[in-house]
Every structure is written in structure tokens, then in C-alpha cells.
Design a protein around this ligand. Structure first.
Ligand SMILES: NC(=O)c1ccc[n+]([C@@H]2O[C@H](COP(=O)([O-])OP(=O)(O)OC[C@H]3O[C@@H](n4cnc5c(N)ncnc54)[C@H](OP(=O)(O)O)[C@@H]3O)[C@@H](O)[C@H]2O)c1
Length: 303
């Protein structure tokens, strides 16, 4: 399915300003306690960067980290969505900052990373998630599509790592989690560019894990399976039709759990990987895919 920039309403976005106003109206001590409460979670005090946090998995992950107490800096190109996500995270008592940045552009990525580190005073965890998908037969794919997809999915991850790692080296610690895809380990007709870009970032992850392990920096990849986000939902489909299509997608393509993942399920898996309990994890490519990578069923012909 073709990547589209869905502009679905962001839940809670409209409520944001009102709740913030409510917070400032509280007595200073109560407001501080409320803010502190939100930051008392599993990732309290941690600084987390998310590329591509304006929708889908990145948005869900930014929200989840903020709800767990982290200070979250996220980027994306769609300014309005970015501001809405930022507002609604803050309205829920979390800390988040949206920056307009394009992961294909070196200066833009540098500005996002550097600005976030200056604002929040460090960098503990980076979720390099921004990505796009084109679906086309290989010989019909244009050079422009190849460049756009590789520049977003592979160069974008390289640039993010390039500018994140020096901050982590300085601190002597850090954790980078790259959003790959189960598409990197299985072939799919009409998705050769996408699968190739995801294979490329997995090579970056494994080599960087070896390069920076002794510096206290861990590098891992999550490989989500089919996930309900604007990336896979055809534009203009009503909710009921999409629910039906999603159920069929799961039944036909997810051999294990038979259902498509929600963005929240993938976000929670990212948080689990980032948690201290997984402190010995590096160079790992972890499928969170409902069983897709475990293999295809063998279908027997009618005899
Ligand atoms: N959905 C799935 O089934 C699935 C499965 C496996 C892996 N993944 C991976 O998950 C990641 C997130 O995708 P999603 O499914 O959550 O789709 P999505 O809702 O379309 O999210 C993609 C995110 O990437 C951002 N992005 C795209 N190009 C960018 C650029 N040049 N600069 C900055 N940000 C950019 C988008 O923001 P802007 O448009 O605002 O820039 C958006 O926030 C991708 O890497 C995708 O390959 C998805």
C-alpha cells in the first residue's frame, strides 16, 4: 500500500490548551506536584528523542514515553500535527517538544538533535522511527522514489545516529532504537525498495552496536509487523470498512496472532526494550510482529 500523509485528527489535541490553562490556574505547589506525578514513571528524568512523532508508531511512542515520565523531543514535517501532539502530551501532564525537521536533510536533523539536547540537558534514548513506504513493481519504480525512500528510511537513520552519538559519547551512555520492519527479513512483491531500506538500517544497527558498545552506547532495532497506522490505511476509507480490511489483513498475513498490531502495542514494546531490565541488549533485531517472521504456513494443494 502506498504511503500517504493522513491528517487524521489527533486525539486529545483540541483539549490540550484548556487543560494546560487549568494546570497554570492551580496553586504553584499543586501544579508542581501534578507535573512531578507525571514525571515519576519508569523513565522519569530521561531525555528521549523520537524522529517521526507526528503520527502512527512515533506518535504513540512519544506519548508513551512522556506518560512514563520522560522528557520527549520529537520531529516530523507536518507542523500542525506536531503542535497538536505536543499540546495534548502536555495537557496530560507530560513533557514534550515538537520540532519541525526533515530527516533527509543533514542540517535539519542536526538542529533537531542539538536543540533537544540543549533544551533538556542531555540525551538518554533515541527512537529513530521516521519512515515512508512506496509500493510498486521494481521496474516501475522511479529514481525519485528510490532516492526519496532511501533518503528517508536509511540516510535519515544514519543522520540521526551521526548527530546523536557524539552526545552519548560525551555522557558515556545512551541507547538508540531504530524502527526497522519485519519487511527486512521477509520478501514482499512490490515492496523491494522498502525492504532494502530496512535491511540497510539493520546493518547500521549491528555494526554500530559493536563500534560503540565499549563506550556505553547500545544500539538495537525493533521490527514491527503490520501495524495500524496511516502508513498502511488507504486514504479516504471509512472506519467500518477499515476495521473489516484490517481483520482480513491480520487473518491472511499474520500467521501467529492473526491480527494487525496497534501503534500502542509497538510503542509499549519500544519502551520495554528501552527499560533497564534490557540493559544487556545490544545489536539485536527484535521482531514484534505477531509471528510473521516465524515463517509461512505450508499450504497443501487439494489432492
Ligand atoms: N505501519 C506498519 O505496518 C509498519 C510496519 C513495520 C515498520 N514500520 C515503520 O514504522 C515507522 C513509522 O511508520 P508508521 O507506520 O507509524 O507510519 P506513519 O504514521 O506514516 O508515520 C511516519 C512518521 O514518519 C515521519 N516522517 C516521514 N518522512 C519524514 C521526513 N522526511 N522527515 C521527518 N519525519 C518524517 C512522518 O512525519 P511527517 O509526515 O510529519 O514528516 C510520521 O511521523 C516507519 O519507519 C515504518 O517503516 C511500520
Amino acid at each position: 500500500m502506498r504511503h500517504q500523509h493522513s491528517r487524521r485528527a489527533v486525539l486529545g489535541g483540541a483539549a490540550g490548551a484548556g487543560t494546560l490553562a487549568g494546570l497554570t490556574a492551580l496553586a504553584p505547589q499543586a501544579a508542581a506536584a501534578q507535573a512531578q506525578g507525571a514525571r515519576a514513571g519508569r523513565f522519569a528524568g530521561k531525555v528521549v528523542l523520537v524522529t517521526g512523532g507526528t503520527s502512527g508508531i512515533g506518535e504513540a511512542t512519544a506519548r508513551a514515553f512522556a506518560a512514563a515520565g520522560a522528557k520527549v523531543a520529537f520531529c516530523g514535517r507536518r507542523r500542525q500535527l506536531g503542535r497538536e501532539v505536543e499540546r495534548s502530551i502536555r495537557a496530560a501532564g507530560g513533557e514534550a517538544t515538537y520540532t519541525h525537521a526533515d530527516v533527509r536533510e543533514s542540517r535539519s536533523v542536526w538542529g533537531f538533535v542539538d536543540g533537544a539536547v540543549r533544551r533538556y540537558g542531555g540525551l538518554d534514548i533515541a527512537f529513530n522511527n521516521a519512515g515512508i513506504q512506496y509500493s510498486a513493481r521494481l521496474h516501475d519504480t522511479t529514481l525519485e522514489q528510490w532516492d526519496d525512500l532511501s533518503n528517508t528510511n536509511a540516510r535519515g537513520v544514519f543522520l540521526a545516529m551521526k548527530y546523536q552519538i557524539p552526545h552519548m559519547l560525551k555522557a558515556g551512555r545512551g541507547h538508540i532504537i531504530v524502527n526497522s520492519s519485519v519487511g527486512a527479513v521477509v520478501g514482499r512483491p512490490d515492496l523491494s525498495l522498502y525492504q532494502a531500506s530496512k535491511q540497510a538500517v539493520q546493518a547500521l544497527v549491528k555494526s554500530a552496536a559493536l563500534e560503540y558498545g565499549a563506550d556505553g552506547i547500545r544500539v538495537n532495532a525493533i521490527l514491527p509487523g503490520i501495524t495500524d497506522t496511516p502508513m498502511i490505511r488507504p486514504a479516504g476509507l471509512d472506519d467500518a470498512t477499515w476495521e473489516q480490511a484490517k481483520a482480513a489483513l491480520g487473518q491472511l498475513n499474520v500467521d501467529g496472532l492473526k491480527t494487525v498490531a496497534s501503534a500502542d502495542q509497538i510503542a509499549q514494546a519500544v519502551l520495554a526494550m528501552a527499560a533497564d531490565e534490557f540493559g544487556y541488549l545490544t545489536g539485536a533485531l527484535i521482531p514484534v510482529d505477531g509471528g510473521v517472521a516465524a515463517g509461512r504456513r505450508m499450504l497443501l494443494p487439494q489432492l
